[in-house]
Design a binder for this molecule. Structure first.
Ligand code: GSH
Length: 214
């Protein structure tokens, strides 16, 4: 019997969903896209809370499993679909890739997500996002100055790149001065030319409003 198509619960502008979309694109996996409108609060509906009790996207239904949390989802995809591995074989490079991903995953994104923006209120949300993305990018810029080649870690696409591109998109939304981060900006530009990053971009998603489509 043919395996059913994976289902990704996603929001077009969600950076965490984008990480999983890029991974699925890099691995060449087709999937059904189910939009969860975060601005309408659909992530907090009773129906969606049975999918992810944290009330967050992404969630991925695959191989008879329902998975949440982008990093372990990406690790599962990488382990089960070995083409173009996102985790370098070399332990030092693998550490570096994980270090960059975790800086974004734990150190930047959670502080500027929608719940935190709502918590501080409309007047302070730009200041919140700008402050903490800038702080994280100061650290990342230093790290990437020594680890990067064409991409974050040398010349192979890794999990670090999958996390970096969506976070730069959010940096621009929060009006971070990207001229202070030339290494991050250059890597982001190069990655933006790759098909998987183009296909997973918010403007290409089914739930992207017409006026934001490219
Ligand atoms: N650690 C989680 C992951 O990596 O999947 C974070 C998920 C997360 O924060 N998702 C955001 C969300 O759904 C969108 S990027 N926010 C909804 C809210 O804060 O109400």
């Amino acid at each position: 019997m043919a395996a059913s198509m994976p289902i990704l619960h996603s929001y077009f502008r969600s950076t965490c969903s984008w990480r999983v979309r890029t991974t699925l694109a890099l691995k060449g996996i087709d999937y059904e896209y189910k939009g969860v409108n975060l601005l309408k609060g659909e992530q907090l509906s009773d129906a969606y809370l049975t999918v992810n009790p944290m009330g967050q996207v992404p969630a991925l239904e695959i191989d008879g499993l329902l998975m949440t949390q982008s990093l372990p989802i990406i690790e599962y995809l990488d382990e089960t679909i070995p083409n173009c591995s996102l985790f370098p074989k070399d332990p030092i490079k693998r550490y570096m890739a994980r270090q960059v991903a975790e800086t974004i995953n734990a150190g930047i994104q959670p502080v500027q997500n929608l719940s935190m923006c709502k918590f501080v209120g409309a007047e302070r949300k730009m200041e919140l996002g700008n402050t903490f993305i800038t702080k994280g990018f100061v650290a990342l810029e230093k790290t990437l100055a020594s680890t990067s080649g064409k991409y974050c870690i040398g010349d192979e696409v890794t999990v670090a790149d999958v996390f970096l591109v969506p976070q730069v998109y959010n940096a621009n939304r929060f009006k971070v001065d990207m001229s202070a981060f030339p290494v991050i900006s250059k890597i982001n530009d190069v990655l933006g030319e790759l098909d998987a990053f183009k296909a997973s971009h918010p403007s290409k998603q089914p739930d992207c409003p017409e006026d934001l489509r490219q």
